[in-house]
Design a protein around this ligand. Structure first.
Ligand code: ARG
Length: 502
């Protein structure tokens, strides 16, 4: 806003058209009026703007920049505007201008003092940060819900043997618990990234004004504290310009949804193979093929990764090359961040529900766990443990595998292994390993139990991993609660500070 506007506000007619109170007739309209306005999208920051207006007004009064009575009038006007709601705002370029107009219309020219010592540039940045931090906490909370669902199902299936794949080929038997906790580990980092993005977001740009600070003796730390921000953006120009916090949050969400999309694909594949059965709540039927139960929710959740990575790209390409300080391009950057956080949060919730309510068919999993000679690595390991160099052991097993049909049973594989040993080593396999050792290595459950290194699929190793992951879950849950508490305390503090005037 320009300096002239305060003067315009000062003699605005309180009974005049609220629409023109703040900006008078200049720039009041024109064919691009709708194109320029963010008012509709700004509904999302309506409550944030009221909080920012209140904190700023309280600070102005505390510093003697406006009188206590003037602050009281403005704060009363803000209450009226709040009760009337976003829908009742006069038309305007954005919510900041519209609320100011509405306050002036409500309480008269004194309402124009609210905009002393600030610009819409620091104001909008404060509103976005105020709202976005809450959205990030909600997103982080759904990652906790997803982790809980994954950890619970993993604990329930710590010893349910499952085929493990690489390149979509049968690779090694694992357990359902091991598979699910691999995703719990990934989502753990998503929570951490969202909490970090919250911390980057949660600083106050207020007092930066347009970009060049202000002549008024403002207390930036005070408005920051009243709004629950952990500090201030130091440089006034940076305060007005910066949107990197939106990039950080959206990048965290893009990462999260990329992980979700992989989980969705795995579950879709496991449903196709009969290992995983999504509950009816998370499935859909075909309108023509009566027998079908389709994992549609997982497919939709998978697609969200595309939307969110598109939002990240939209955000970055909008910001790229923007000079300091405020440029109106920024108005079109913000909705990408809202869309991304809404879509990612919803998708995470849905996937958490699908994991929590789906069922695993232990028999179907076990039936395929040894398919494609997927115990081969364990057999090679057993031969290597008996003193055969691993490379040679690998050769023996590879030869046996090449000679075996895909659905070969353990007996056939044992016979093949022995002939391969005769060929490669010139002696029987049983010179090196007992029949019992070989049987265990060829048994998917035995193969899994033997891989008990930290983070491995052996049920005991999975149980250990789950305990560590549950500890970290508790840490993140506490970190989230501490942030929510701090925001709630600040909100109550702001209400108290306002109550001193009205
Ligand atoms: N509505 C704008 C936005 O969302 C904020 C207004 C700042 N406008 C300006 N011309 N300085 O970014």
């Amino acid at each position: 806003m320009t300096a002239g506007e305060d003067a315009a506000d000062a003699d605005a007619d309180a009974d005049g058209d609220a629409e023109t109170v703040v900006r008078r007739d200049r720039f009041a309209g024109g064919p691009a009026r709708g194109f320029m306005s963010s008012l509709a999208a700004d509904e999302r920051i309506f409550a944030a703007d009221l909080a920012v207006d209140r904190a700023h007004t309280v600070m102005l009064a505390e510093r003697g920049i406006v009188g206590d009575d003037e602050a009281a009038a403005i704060l009363a006007g803000l209450d009226e505007v709040e009760s009337a709601g976003h829908g009742a705002l006069p038309d305007g370029e954005d919510v900041h201008e519209a609320i100011e107009s509405a306050v002036v219309a409500e309480v008269g020219p004194v309402g124009g003092k609210m905009h002393t010592a600030r610009s819409r540039n620091d104001e909008v940045a404060a509103c976005i940060r105020y709202r976005y931090r809450a959205d990030l906490l909600d997103a982080a909370e759904t990652t906790l819900a997803l982790r809980e669902a994954l950890l619970d199902a993993a604990a329930a299936h710590a010893d349910t043997v499952l085929p493990g794949f690489t390149h979509r080929q049968y690779a090694q038997p694992v357990t359902v618990g091991h598979f699910l906790s691999s995703y719990a580990g990934a989502v753990e980092r998503d929570t951490a990234r969202l909490l970090a993005a919250f911390d980057t977001t949660n600083v106050s740009p207020l007092g930066g004004a347009a970009f060049g600070g202000t002549t008024f003796d403002v207390d930036r730390e005070r408005t920051a504290a009243l709004l629950g921000f952990d500090g201030v953006v130091e440089n006034a120009t940076d305060a007005a310009s910066a949107r990197d916090f939106l990039v950080e949050g959206t990048a965290a969400l893009a990462n999260l949804t990329a992980t979700l999309s992989g989980l969705a694909t795995d579950l879709i594949e496991h449903a196709k193979d009969g290992y995983f059965d999504p509950s009816d709540d998370y499935a859909s039927t075909s309108s023509i093929m009566p027998q079908k139960v389709n994992p549609d929710t997982l497919e939709l959740a998978r697609a969200v990764a595309g939307d969110v990575s598109g939002d990240l790209t939209g955000l970055l390409t909008t910001l790229k090359g923007l000079p300091r300080a405020y440029n109106r391009d920024l108005q079109r950057a913000t909705p990408h961040a809202w869309d991304a956080v809404d879509d990612a949060t919803e998708a995470t919730e849905v996937v958490a529900g699908a994991v929590a309510t789906g069922e695993w068919d232990a028999d179907a999993c076990a039936a395929d766990a040894g398919a494609g000679f997927s115990t081969a690595t364990g057999v090679a390991d057993a031969l290597a443990a008996a003193g055969i160099p691993f490379r040679t052991a690998h050769e023996v097993v590879a030869e046996a595998a090449a000679a075996a049909p895909d659905d070969a049973d353990a007996g056939t594989l044992a016979a093949n292994l022995d002939s391969a040993a005769q060929e490669v080593l010139g002696e029987s396999l049983y010179e090196y390993v007992s029949e019992e050792t070989l049987d265990t290595a060829l048994d998917p459950a035995g193969s899994v139990a033997a891989r008990d290194s930290r983070g491995g699929p052996a049920p005991a190793a999975v149980v250990d991993s789950l305990a560590r992951m549950t500890d970290t879950y508790g840490d993140h849950e506490a970190a989230l609660a501490a942030r929510r508490d701090a925001l709630a305390t600040a909100e109550a503090g702001l209400a108290d500070a306002v109550a001193d005037y009205v």
